[in-house]
Design a protein around this ligand. Structure first.
Ligand code: ADP
Ligand code: MG
Length: 391
């Protein structure tokens, strides 16, 4: 959806739900979803990630009210919700309105807020691993900040979005999604250090190159339990190496030398997980260098190496993801990998534009043959950042 398209669709719906508005009454806020280019299962190990916003976003249009009520309409769910600021609904839950509720509650403790009303829509596929939830939170933080002129800097906005998800929705997420949704910009990826939240923009100018996002639509049933097991294995790795060097607080502090010297004493599974994390952190740094040189060939090779490592060392791939990656490479992709926690969700593949159509056909054909349904494609040539504006 283009910004203008979103604004005009939201204005129509706003008029229908909340009545006429005057020029300048309405505040528009939007925030994008994301894909992680590389750096998987590194975040909770104090490591590096390299996310990129996608040209899909949460969009909302809001207006202040004279009373203490918050009234919202969701286009995606065709459902309205209304509550009194001073008497909010039960705190936790995972319905769509718990995200805006969480944002309002995270800010209400610190600032005087008034009532408001608005309509919300979005075209980030929901629950596909492209972070529609962070997009929704960041868009709401921007809207509430703008409506009530809150003195929040971008990092405080991110903090409010994170608190909404962690404390009110009850998902213990990492920092990546909210960071990139708020700070990602057109023509840039975001290099983020999850140990200390330091970040910097990295150029994303894929001339003649397309990033293809392939949503396998596969359920991620295994994801939660396996995710916890992986985290435990990484912690086991940290405790093991702490006996050799007490300054190691996370796998980020573990050197390759120490791993080589003592890693043989670890259970084989744990050693594989640790090795993935060490090598993946190195690949993220190399990917940053590749993007700075505009070397998409090198980026592609790093994608593929990351996938192999996630498949063979970290054991978080799935038949669907492996199929998409293999088909992409056979069709001439520069590289491909699963993105997100794994066990389903999305893969990404880097194609020369001249190979893209052939690539999509091959992926689709192979996927349908193996799984008797079709994957969803999202092509990414350009990307954009969040914005808030009077309309
Ligand atoms: P992901 O962030 O990977 O897309 P999550 O499960 O974290 O998946 O978040 C998806 C949920 O976020 C949806 O089920 C819905 O409740 C909420 N959500 C996201 N975008 C919107 C939107 N545009 N409108 C209403 N709810 C949304
Ligand atoms: Mg999410």
């Amino acid at each position: 959806m283009r910004r203008e398209e979103a604004v005009s669709a939201l204005k129509n719906r706003f008029l229908e739900r909340f009545g006429p508005f005057k020029e300048g009454d309405l505040l528009f806020s939007m925030a994008p979803g994301r894909v992680n280019l590389i750096g998987e299962h590194t975040d909770y190990n104090g490591g590096f990630v390299l996310p990129l916003t996608i040209p899909r976003a949460a969009y909302l249009l809001v207006r202040q009210r004279g009373d203490r009520r918050v009234s919202l309409w969701s286009e995606n769910f065709s459902e309205g919700v209304e509550w009194n600021l001073d008497d909010p609904p039960r705190k936790e839950g995972r319905r769509w309105f718990h995200y805006p509720l969480g944002v309002v509650e995270a800010l209400r403790g610190r600032f005087p807020l008034g009532g408001f009303e608005g309509v919300v829509t979005g075209d980030v596929p929901l629950a596909s691993g492209l972070s529609s939830s962070a997009a929704l939170e960041v868009a709401f933080v921007g809207a509430v900040k703008g409506l009530f002129s809150l003195p929040l800097d971008p990092l405080e906005e991110i903090d409010a979005a994170l608190r909404a998800e962690r404390e009110y929705v009850g998902v213990q997420c990492g920092i990546m999604d909210q960071f990139v949704s708020r700070l990602g910009r057109s023509g840039e990826a975001l290099f983020l250090d999850c140990r200390n939240a330091e970040y910097r923009a990295v150029p994303w100018r894929p001339e003649g190159i397309s990033l293809l996002v392939v949503d396998t639509g596969a359920q991620r049933e295994l994801a939660a339990s396996a995710y916890n097991t992986r985290r435990e294995e990484c912690e086991e790795g940290v405790s093991f190496f702490q006996r050799h060097d007490s300054s190691i607080k996370s796998l980020r502090e573990l050197s390759w030398e120490l791993f080589q010297r003592y890693g043989g004493g670890l259970p084989e599974g744990v050693a594989s997980r640790v090795r993935h994390v060490l090598e993946e952190n190195r690949r993220v740094r190399e990917a940053v260098n590749a993007l700075e040189r505009g070397d998409f060939q090198a980026l592609g090779e790093l994608f593929t190496a990351s996938h192999r490592s996630l498949r063979d060392l970290y054991l978080v791939s799935s038949p669907e993801l492996d199929r998409v990656v293999a088909s992409s490479l056979e069709a001439g992709a520069l590289g491909a990998r699963l993105t997100g926690a794994g066990f389903g969700g999305c893969a990404i593949a880097l194609f020369r534009e001249s190979d893209l159509e052939r690539g999509k056909m091959a992926i689709q054909r192979d996927f349908e043959e193996s799984f008797h349904r079709l994957p969803l494609f999202l092509e990414l040539r350009e990307n954009f950042g969040s914005q808030v504006a009077r309309v």
